[in-house]
Design a protein around this ligand. Structure first.
Ligand code: 0X9
Ligand code: ZN
Length: 299
């Protein structure tokens, strides 16, 4: 039904979620959480172990806020595939957590990279002279403070106001709805092999950076032992660059997620060959499992 040797279109991704909900109704439910600017249906899948406990901590994963980063939605699908279709092997990851996954935050941009312009990054909302806002500069925490552009045509355009985009509003609602239960927010991007934690808006470290660092480090070392792959981890400003208005800072500061991680999957570009998908998403999954195990021990 699903494989990891091709990239899927948005409608095929939605179909996969719906198929899982009907085949595994004891464990899985799918909910429509909004419509994109161009009207595409945005769906989240909620995965449980079926024990009926409504009070579990929640892990929220999203991907594809940047349109061209195709390996990120593939990584989200792999997570879903493993948690549902390889449930027995991953029982530990569902014992104390429910998982909520939004595999494509920016479906309009994602489709646009399939049909028109492979390197598109932003949403597709219409501006005065250009299209699109960088979703990962559009969250309301130090919005526009640094590393974001106020020029509409820039690839890192911050938008007309915080949460100007319907797609970032959807992520905000999910994050806010999980307040108090959400312990781990993971947002998948590519590329470059990074495991990043707040802050993105300042080079200062959060008070609890040791917890973040332990989780990130667990992810990186698990990958290192499994594949030899090297992931750099640290605060996103310190190891990458300063950029405010990201979803990770928002989840951490404004929605109470004690662990908030941006993972930049492997690759030497935005366009891995289909034959590389499986290896890259499997490697990410090794790191994610290790991070979740650490989160489980802490919260
Ligand atoms: O710049 C970004 O949004 C991310 N890198 S990417 O190459 N995928 O565009 C990094 C985001 C890190 N987090 C924050 N700066 N808040
Ligand atoms: Zn990105």
């Amino acid at each position: 039904r699903i494989g990891f040797t091709a990239f899927y279109r948005h409608s095929a991704i939605n179909d996969y979620l719906d198929e899982l909900a009907s085949s595994y109704s004891k464990y899985v439910s799918v909910e429509t959480v909004g419509q994109s600017y161009e009207g595409r249906t945005m769906k989240v899948i909620r995965i449980t172990n079926g024990d009926g406990n409504p009070n579990k901590k929640v892990i929220f994963v999203d991907a594809g806020i940047h349109a061209r980063e195709w390996i990120a939605p593939a990584g989200a699908l792999y997570i879903i595939n493993q948690l549902v279709e390889n449930r027995a092997a991953n029982a530990d990851l569902l014992k104390n957590f429910d998982w909520v996954v939004l595999p494509v935050v920016n479906p309009d941009g994602y489709e646009y990279t399939h049909t028109s312009s492979r390197m598109w990054r932003k949403t597709r909302s219409k501006g005065k002279s250009c299209y699109g806002t960088d979703g990962n500069r559009n969250f309301d925490y130090y919005w526009g403070y640094t590393g974001a552009s106020s020029s509409e045509c820039s690839d890192t355009y911050m938008g007309t106001k915080a949460f100007s985009e319907v797609e970032t509003q959807v992520v905000r609602s999910i994050l806010q709805s999980l307040k108090g239960k959400g312990v781990f927010y993971l947002t998948l991007h590519s590329y470059g092999n990074y495991i990043l934690y707040p802050w993105g808006w300042t080079s200062n470290l959060p008070d609890t950076y040791k917890d973040l660092d332990e989780v990130a480090s667990a992810g990186a070392s698990a990958i290192k032992s499994a594949t030899g792959g090297k992931f750099t981890y640290g605060s996103s400003t310190r190891v990458l660059y300063a950029a405010a208005g990201g979803s990770d800072d928002y989840a951490f500061a404004m929605a109470g997620f004690p662990i908030s991680i941006t993972m930049e999957l492997q690759g030497s570009g935005f366009d891995p060959k289909p034959a590389q998908i499986q290896g890259y998403v499997q490697e990410a999954w090794v790191g994610i499992k290790a991070m979740v195990t650490k989160v489980d021990a802490k919260y």
